[in-house]
Design a protein around this ligand. Structure first.
Ligand code: ZN
Length: 281
């Protein structure tokens, strides 16, 4: 299992350049690049600077995070999604980053699960067609909030299956999985090849439906049954990567180097119980 860093973990105390340098220093295999940090980076640097960094570094880019609110959009909103998708495909071609996380919309009103499925399959197929010529894959991330239009593993996985495109898969985020009581038997029934990204995190012990991103804590320090999730992943044959993704304001107040180093140590401590780790040197 390779270890990745998701830039949300240092959302307020670092930028892309610093995240890259510290992730390389502390031996991460991959980074997930946030769209907002990428746009900020490109204000005074250019894509060849990123190419140059990755050309001389051990760490590699794994995915872009994220195109948000992809379903139930008006025309102008969806046009922006498509423009951002093409932008990420072009940057991705330059730096060999071929996955993009896509996130469903919140607070859509009274739509049935079937209507949500129909709409999301339609949208994913449009985006899939745009991404395919670039060799880019799309990973649908369900969000474990009651007001997110797709909020359980099973609901997201059924949509991915119905979309039926080789370049459309799912993000498994332990926090979102736990937060709305997604079921291990649904994960056990999944095709590991359809898990495009795995987000590793933990959270405080609040009831389902009340957990929010700021309740996330370092993997192994919270209430999520990570042992059960990792056991199932091993059973079904998924062992590609685990990306540390926290949104905890407390960790944004730390020095970024400490946040990034702590995330690596916490991830390795739990992952190595179930999977061999890549050697850092
Ligand atoms: Zn996530």
């Amino acid at each position: 299992m390779k270890i990745a860093f998701n830039e949300a973990t240092t959302l307020r105390n670092s930028n892309l350049q610093q995240d890259l340098e510290y992730c390389e220093r502390f031996g991460y295999d991959y980074i997930e690049i946030r769209l907002d940090k990428l746009k900020e980076y490109l204000r005074d640097r250019a894509v060849p600077d990123l190419q140059n960094f990755f050309g001389h570094s051990r760490i590699k880019p794994y995915a872009f995070n994220a195109l948000e609110s992809i379903n139930f959009r008006d025309e102008a909103g969806f046009r922006q999604i498509k423009e951002d998708l093409i932008f990420l495909c072009e940057v991705g071609n330059a730096i060999d980053c071929k996955k993009i996380i896509v996130v469903p919309t919140f607070d859509i009103g009274d739509f049935t699960r079937e209507q949500i499925k129909t709409e999301t399959v339609r949208v994913l197929r449009v985006l899939s067609d745009l991404a395919l010529p670039h060799g880019v894959r799309l990973a649908l991330e369900f969000v474990g909030y009651p007001n997110c239009s797709i909020n359980t593993f099973r609901q997201a996985y059924e949509i991915v299956q119905a979309t039926d495109r080789p370049n459309v898969g799912i993000v498994l985020d332990c926090f979102h999985f736990h937060a709305m009581n997604s079921r291990l038997e649904d994960l056990r029934a999944a095709d590991p090849g359809k898990i495009f990204v795995f987000h590793l995190d933990d959270c405080e012990d609040l009831p389902a439906g009340t957990l929010r991103d700021h309740h996330r804590v370092w993997p192994g320090q919270g209430a999520i049954h990570l042992d059960a999730i990792l056991t199932v992943l091993r059973e079904i044959g998924y062992g590609e990567m685990a990306s540390v993704e926290l949104f905890r304001p407390e960790y944004w107040e730390w020095d970024a180097a400490r946040t990034i180093r702590t995330g690596k140590e916490a991830a390795e401590r739990i992952i190595r119980r179930y999977f061999p780790l890549q050697e850092s040197n």
